[in-house]
Each structure stands twice: as structure tokens, then as C-alpha cells.
Ligand binder design. Structure first.
Ligand SMILES: Nc1nc2c(ncn2[C@@H]2O[C@H](COP(=O)(O)OP(=O)(O)OP(=O)(O)O)[C@@H](O)[C@H]2O)c(=O)[nH]1
Ligand SMILES: [Mg+2]
Length: 419
């Protein structure tokens, strides 16, 4: 098994307010999500970054000695490294050295299953690589992949920069085709007028567990980070009779590599087009507020910062201090304390979702002629029928209907809207 030495770095001039304990525990969680064994985690706090090594030279020597003692294959930094810093560190330590972005890209690469997911990760990897190519496009073999690949001192790999650029263009084109295909299916769904709800949240918050609980499905879940890379959509029937589409998404993380967000933007279009977001937060994690902040930042980056949102404060079954939870809940408007795992308080969340969509429904009365009886069935599927009377002139239906669907049926000359 590949062995890695972790280096958790806090640079005081960095924006953000992550404590070193949190930086270091997050790095451990990320690495534990791979098949790499952690030997030690070295803490390193510096006032400002250095151009050559990020951290001070003395600390580099200390790391080098530990890395040799512990016979590790790889050194993993919690902080992003420039191409120069990475090469210098690698030379000084004598071990393959990777940064947080490369680690995250590796995890994504190991998890990607669908052709689209794989392409998205490959695109992000190549874009990470391009500015790191040195000279005329010669790179060290280890830059081609992070964990699970060979270390420094191996044969240099000749990579033609133009070849990589061509590959990037091709991937972008193929991804665009996937996107167009998805947009067509999405449009079809929209034309069915089914409202869409999208689960968003920090990785491992319990989004897939919640989707499974709500829709009785079996989307894979695990304590490892970034379990879901391919979004899944399911239909859900609300107690008011309305059908909605509910979708799972890839988990977020603070300072998510920009290329990755870019590459996954197409998949995340579900978020952009959602009628309502459910933000799943893990209340058993003491970094709850940082997670919340990170998710809001990614939503902002996606241009979805102002979407209507409910907050599912998940994993209450793990919380020891319920009093604290009740206080915490006040910080999140439209929130429900629940457990996707045990099912506790699930009805409260469903009620909030129903309430949200009911508020958007119009109550109308229509008369359908006998020649168009299939419309009764249509309304049963797409709206909520409150009363139905069979008259000589046709069928009179009182129903609650979404605004979009109302606009559509008002174009149908056979349907007589009475109020
Ligand atoms: N105790 C407890 N565990 C939960 C709850 N919800 C989810 N989990 C666990 O938390 C872990 C992560 O859950 P997932 O549903 O995979 O989380 P996710 O948000 O989909 O994560 P990614 O897809 O990796 O972003 C799993 O081990 C779940 O069993 C809960 O309400 N209570
Ligand atoms: Mg998931």
C-alpha cells in the first residue's frame, strides 16, 4: 500500500478562517478516502508563503528527514502549490510531492464512473497540468497523476503542449454534446412541468442518504468523501398529490479547485435550473458553519446564490446536545432538524417542500368536454384535483395547478376555464 506523509499548512496571510486543526483533519479525511496509508501529519504554520517552497527551508529539511525515516512514497500538502514550489519541494524532499488540488482531482478520477464524469475529471486534470508544463512541454512523469503513480527521478515524459491543448478542446466539445443532450431531456421534463428540487451540500453531509430515504432508492452512500459524482434524479409524490423531480449532486468542499467547478458546471446545471434547493448540512460536524459558508460560496460561483432554499440540518441522531441544536437552528431560516439515516423528522421536511410548492399553485375551475376525457387523467397526474363533477356539458374539475402548467392549458381551446 502506498504510504503518505501529510503536511498541513496554515498560511496566515490566506483569506478564510480555517483553523489549523480543521485544515489538518480535512486533509486526513481526504486522504482516508483513497487507498493511501497515512504515516504522520506534520503541522506547519507560517506567517506568509515563500515563492520557492511555500514554507520555510528549515521546515522542508524536517519534512525530508521524516519522509525518509517513515519510508513514505508521497508527501501531500494541504495547501495548493505553484509549479515551482512543487518541483523545488520534490527535489529537496526526494519524494513525490502533491498538493490539495491534485489530491482532490485524484479522488475524483478514482470515483468517476460515467463517461461524462470521467471526461469532466480529465478536463480538470489537463487544465491543472497545462500551466505546470516546463520548458517546451517536458514534464516529470509524476505530474501526470498524483497518488498511485511513480515518484521523482523516473524517466521524464515528453508531452507536447499542443497535443494537450487539442485534447482539452476535444473534451470540451464532447462535454458540450453531453450537455446539449441533457438539456433536451431537461427541457422535456420542464415541459412536463414537474417542479425540480435539488439536494446540495458539503461532501458527506448525507445528500444521497436523504435522496434514498425520500424516494426509496439505492444511490451509493459512504463515509468517504465525494462518493457521488454522477447526479441521479428521481420522482417524488408529495402528500398534496403533486409530483416533483428530486436530484442528488456532487458534494462541495471549501476552496474547491476552480477547474473542477468549471468542468462540473455542466452537471451542476441541475442546480442552476432548480425551482428549490435543499441544502443538506451535517450538524454533527463542528465545522458546520464553515461548511455552510463554503456551500454558499460555491452556489454563488454557480450563479445560484439567490435560489429559494430549505436547509436540512441532518444527522441529528448523532448529536449529543439537543439544546445547542435548537439554538443553532435559529441561524438557518427555513430549516428542519432531521436524520436521513433514521428517518426522524422526515415528514417535517416533506411538509416544508409541499408548502413551498403549494404557495406557487393556482386554484382554478375548468370544464373539459366529453371528447377530451384524457385531460382528466392528465390533471390527475400533473395537478391536484380537489373536486370533480360529471355534467351533461362535460366534466367540471376544481384543481390546484402550477403556474407554468396553467399557462400551457390556457392555450388549449377545448378547456374552458371558469375562474
Ligand atoms: N448517523 C447518521 N449518519 C448519516 C446520516 N445521513 C448520512 N449519514 C452517513 O454519512 C455518510 C455520508 O452520507 P452520504 O449520503 O454518502 O453523503 P453525501 O452528502 O451524498 O456525500 P458525497 O456524495 O460524498 O458528497 C454515510 O456514511 C451515511 O451513512 C444521518 O442522518 N445520521
Ligand atoms: Mg452522495
Amino acid at each position: 500500500m502506498e504510504k503518505a506523509l501529510l503536511v498541513s499548512v496554515q498560511v496566515k496571510t490566506d483569506k478564510g478562517h480555517w483553523r489549523i486543526e480543521d485544515i489538518s483533519s480535512e486533509l486526513e479525511e481526504l486522504v482516508s478516502s483513497t487507498s493511501v496509508e497515512i504515516t504522520s501529519n506534520i503541522i506547519c504554520i507560517c506567517d506568509k508563503p515563500t515563492a520557492n517552497y511555500l514554507i520555510g527551508k528549515g521546515k522542508v529539511e524536517e519534512i525530508s528527514a521524516i519522509a525518509n525515516d517513515e519510508k513514505v512514497d508521497t508527501v501531500i500538502f494541504s495547501h495548493d502549490l505553484s509549479g515551482t514550489q512543487q518541483r523545488n519541494l520534490e527535489r529537496a524532499i526526494g519524494k513525490k510531492t502533491i498538493d490539495r488540488t491534485q489530491l482532490i482531482l485524484d479522488i475524483f478520477a478514482q470515483r468517476a464512473r460515467s463517461p461524462e464524469g470521467k471526461m469532466q475529471v480529465e478536463l480538470a486534470q489537463l487544465q491543472y497540468l497545462l500551466p505546470r508544463l516546463i520548458g517546451k512541454g517536458i514534464i516529470f512523469s509524476n505530474l501526470g497523476g498524483g497518488i498511485g503513480t511513480r515518484g521523482p527521478g523516473e524517466t521524464k515524459l515528453e508531452v507536447d503542449r499542443r497535443q494537450i491543448r487539442r485534447k482539452v478542446d476535444k473534451l470540451k466539445e464532447d462535454l458540450n454534446n453531453f450537455r446539449l443532450h441533457r438539456l433536451t431531456t431537461h427541457k422535456r421534463r420542464k415541459s412536463n412541468n414537474l417542479p425540480s428540487v435539488v439536494l446540495v451540500g458539503y461532501t458527506s453531509a448525507g445528500k444521497s442518504t436523504l435522496l434514498n430515504r425520500l424516494t426509496d432508492s439505492s444511490q451509493p452512500t459512504s463515509e468517504k468523501l465525494f462518493t457521488t459524482l454522477d447526479p441521479l434524479s428521481k420522482s417524488l409524490s408529495l402528500p398534496n398529490g403533486q409530483n416533483i423531480i428530486i436530484s442528488d449532486t456532487v458534494g462541495f468542499l471549501h476552496d474547491l479547485p476552480h477547474h473542477l467547478v468549471e468542468a462540473f458546471k455542466a452537471t451542476l446545471e441541475e442546480v442552476v435550473d432548480a425551482d428549490l434547493l435543499i441544502h443538506v448540512l451535517d450538524v454533527s460536524d463542528h465545522r458546520l458553519y464553515q461548511h455552510n459558508q463554503a456551500v454558499l460560496e460555491v452556489l454563488e460561483e454557480l450563479g445560484s446564490g439567490d435560489k429559494p432554499m430549505l436547509t436540512a440540518l441532518n444527522k441529528v441522531d448523532l448529536a449529543v446536545d439537543r439544546g445547542w441544536l435548537n439554538v443553532t437552528q435559529k441561524d438557518f431560516s427555513d430549516s428542519v432538524l432531521l436524520s436521513a439515516k433514521t428517518g426522524e423528522n422526515m415528514e417535517a421536511l416533506i411538509a416544508k417542500v409541499s408548502q413551498y410548492f403549494s404557495g406557487l399553485l393556482l386554484n382554478i375551475k375548468v370544464i373539459i368536454p366529453h371528447s377530451r376525457m384524457e385531460l382528466v387523467d392528465f390533471f390527475y397526474r400533473r395537478a391536484k384535483i380537489n373536486k370533480i363533477d360529471y355534467l351533461d356539458t362535460g366534466v367540471r374539475v376544481e384543481l390546484s395547478i402550477a403556474k407554468g402548467l396553467y399557462d400551457k392549458i390556457s392555450e388549449d381551446k377545448d378547456i374552458k376555464i371558469i375562474c
